[in-house]
Design a protein around this ligand. Sequence first.
Ligand SMILES: Cc1ncc(C[n+]2csc(CCOP(=O)(O)OP(=O)(O)O)c2C)c(N)n1
Ligand SMILES: [Mg+2]
Length: 394
Amino acid sequence: MTDNALPTAKTTTAKTTTAKTTTAKSTTKKAATKRTPVKKAATAKVATAKVDGAQLVKFYRDMVLIRRFEERAARAYTEALIGGYCHLNLGEEAAVVGLMGALRDTDYLFTNYREHGYAIMRGIDPNRTMAELYGRVDGVSKGWGGSMHMFDMSHRLLGGYGIVGGQLPLATGAALAIQYRGLDEVVMCTMGDGTANIGAFHESLNIAALWGLPVVFVVINNGLGMGTTVAKASAEPEIYKRASAYAMAAERVDGLDPLAVLDAAQRAVASARAGKPFLLEVLSERLRGHSVVDPAKYRSAEEVAHLAQFDPVPNLAARLVKERILTAAEVHKIDEEQAARADAADAFAQASAQPDVSTLFDYNYATPVANDSRRLPGEALFATVARPTAEVTR
Ligand SMILES: Cc1ncc(C[n+]2csc(CCOP(=O)(O)OP(=O)(O)O)c2C)c(N)n1
Ligand SMILES: [Mg+2]
């Protein structure tokens, strides 16, 4: 196996830990070369204690919606209907629905550029989410944000950030504002495994722990930062253990099981609400390239084929049928309904108008700024200043 290869022996049932409070027990062992499965017992506990048929069906419905939405977005991108960058949640659907299920409407979410599923699960209409990808006026950010920069205060989605780690200090600041105002709200801040190596990660976790801020930091560990494996990038590849440096509670959970994610996220959110910030590591898989234009040549055909068995969507469909929660026909019906929902979102986006160029600068600042440059491409940065005459300079 190359260093980029996924571990072949990984199982979806061997990765969950129980709530684990890491208290300055920093690991000293050599960095593992592959993702390390963690204890099995807790997964069994989650699976037996928490199985709720109605909840699982809701999760399936939502996960299929995200799946079909992302596939539709990928198609529109390759047809050159969508511009800019476009990163998909394919493979991370169970993580998205489980995490979002733990938040109240009054809680806040900061996320990165891989955000479409999060926007929809926060309650934003898929039509408006797709219209944003198309850069149209009916989009979440009125068409000026695009795939990576959705922002919707009414659903408490505070972005959408393209700079790796850019969301962490902002999320920490939002948590400080909540604490300062004495509110009962929580901030969730999601990021990837590669982001845990950015300086802002350490600064944010430190100050959050020091001041007891109501924030949950969630690392979606999909094993890759673009084409670089966690093993190649992280001295400690079990990222949740980094919380021990800040005496912060932490846990690692199987991100392919939406119930396990919900269960762990609820514990994490409850901890943050009580003034104890939390680091939650969610083990996941990225089924395709880093973005829609990445052919992911750093993965062998064998690895890609191997990935299919970890696909959370068909796995949940099989579970629903096996546990007799739904029939195969009912599963199929959900698939068709959600494919139609994604198609409708696409049609809505295509029918939405392009924003007028005169509105280009309207949302740069929350309050008016006197010298806010409104320069369009080709225009001078500043108004031309007359050269001083010889008389003036003398
Ligand atoms: C500060 C900064 N450095 C580098 C990049 C380029 N970049 C974009 S995504 C990415 C990888 C991030 O990986 P990870 O945090 O694991 O998130 P994932 O894409 O796997 O969800 C990099 C290096 C960037 N956008 N910002
Ligand atoms: Mg990653």
